[in-house]
Ligand binder design. Structure first.
Ligand code: BGC
Length: 418
């Protein structure tokens, strides 16, 4: 049933796209993205307005589905049909993959004119500049190891921000006893993997996370610490409500917003939903790093890949790239989106408390060797490996494997996927 719905959504998106190409035409851009929740749409409008202010038309090509899996399916179909959109939201290894296939336009002129080399962090350039060529424009830096909480629910139950896993487990127990759903969760593979990013970081530590998810070391993948990560996932699974299956991430965020649930483990795009609902950090909701990962940042950066339209980069593509990298846009957009700027020279003055913490955490993690690409959001490994991990994590979450079997399956699945 879920597959059918997905297929229908993709078919509809493709039909819409066929009609939209003409509309994009000359003088405009057609932008494929997966920013369809309330908070995401509000952030996207900042970009649309910026471009429209420059007289550049915008043809919107939204493909719903958190994490972008469905959007990537639509993209592949469009490219195969010889009809690539002008600009496409992309993550990490997917960008490198499209660049290696020769599908992306060369942005070196605009990058040189605007000095991107000096202001975009090295961790992002790794994915934006492939073999010396800038192929995409970094919009932001998100990170996945956050927890979001309803402040009055925590206060009413005498719970303070958990510092350790044990504190967190105790808080879940307290909420369950009080009849509140401890964890708001949406049962979709990418959401389970997002939670796993933080949970595995807490049990494996930074060196173990890197060894397992980035270096794909079979020993780290098959370690006792990995088994403990799966054990913790089982505890989390026991603390979600019975309707979690298939729920979209933003609906899970809404459960925290309206006090139905205590916590959500999700990337900082969740903050966009709290803000869109008029909530204020520190007053209505709390943001904190997943217990045991306070010094680490698992990141993913949204970028817009510019697809080669048969020649050099178009004027509109260059204008879009330039608008995205402008310091004022980087502040205005990321304040709304929940992410932090993709440049190191943007002031944090307009950001709220969570945003200021995000900016400080990112800088500290980058300089102390604690910044790692998110496994769940395509910044640790290529799609085949990521999907192999998704399958095991989600099967375990849904009770198909116990923790010991999940560890064995993970080692095997990753070996096969390489
Ligand atoms: C993207 C975010 C987006 C989230 C949920 C992530 O992969 O980086 O920009 O808000 O998915 O759709």
């Amino acid at each position: 049933m879920r597959l059918l719905l997905k297929t229908t959504a993709i078919a509809l998106a493709l039909t819409a796209a066929a009609g939209s190409v003409k509309a994009a035409g000359h003088g405009g851009v057609e932008v494929l993205h997966w920013w369809t929740s309330g908070g995401e749409a509000a952030a996207l409008n900042v970009l649309k307005d910026d471009l429209e202010g420059q007289g550049i038309g915008w043809t919107d090509m939204p493909v719903a589905g958190g994490g972008g899996e469905q959007a990537m399916t639509v993209l592949r179909a469009r490219v195969t049909a010889g009809n690539a959109p002008t600009a496409v939201q992309g993550l990490g290894f997917d960008i490198i993959d499209w660049a290696k296939q020769g599908a992306l336009a060369n942005l070196n002129d605009v990058a040189a004119a605007e000095g991107w080399d000096a202001v975009v962090p090295a961790a992002l350039q790794h994915f934006a500049k492939v073999d010396g060529v800038w192929v995409s424009a970094p919009v932001n830096v998100h990170s996945t190891n956050w927890v979001w909480a309803n402040k009055s629910v925590l206060d009413a139950n005498g719970i303070s921000v958990p510092e350790t896993w044990e504190d967190f487990a105790a808080a879940m127990e307290t909420l369950a006893a009080a009849g509140v759903t401890p964890i708001a969760h949406g049962g979709q593979a990418w959401q389970e993997a997002t939670v796993f990013d933080a949970v595995a970081m807490s049990t494996l530590g930074p060196d173990g996370y890197k060894a397992a998810f980035i270096d794909l070391d079979p020993e780290a993948l098959g370690s006792d610490a990995m088994k403990e990560a799966f054990d913790r996932m089982a505890v989390i699974r026991a603390n979600v409500d019975e309707n979690f299956s298939g729920r979209d991430w933003n609906l899970a965020t809404a459960m925290v917003i309206n006090g139905e649930a205590g916590f959500q483990m999700m990337g900082d795009w969740a903050k966009g939903e709290f803000l869109n609902a008029g909530q204020v950090p520190g007053e209505d909701f709390l943001c904190f790093r997943f217990p045991g990962t306070q010094s680490q940042v698992t990141f993913n950066a949204d970028q817009f890949m510019m697809f080669d339209q048969g020649g050099s980069v178009s004027t509109e593509q260059a204008a879009l790239a330039s608008a995205i990298l402008s310091p004022s846009f980087q502040s205005a957009f990321n304040v709304v989106k929940g992410s932090v700027p993709a440049r190191t020279d943007v002031s944090d003055a307009d950001f709220d408390a969570c945003g200021k913490q995000g900016i400080a955490d990112l800088a500290a993690a980058a300089s102390s060797g604690n910044l790692f690409g998110s496994m769940a959001h395509g910044h640790a490994n290529e799609a085949a490996v990521k999907n192999a991990m998704y399958d095991v994590i989600t099967a375990h979450f849904n009770g198909e494997f116990d923790s010991e079997t999940a560890v064995e399956e993970l080692v095997t699945a990753v070996e096969i996927a390489q």
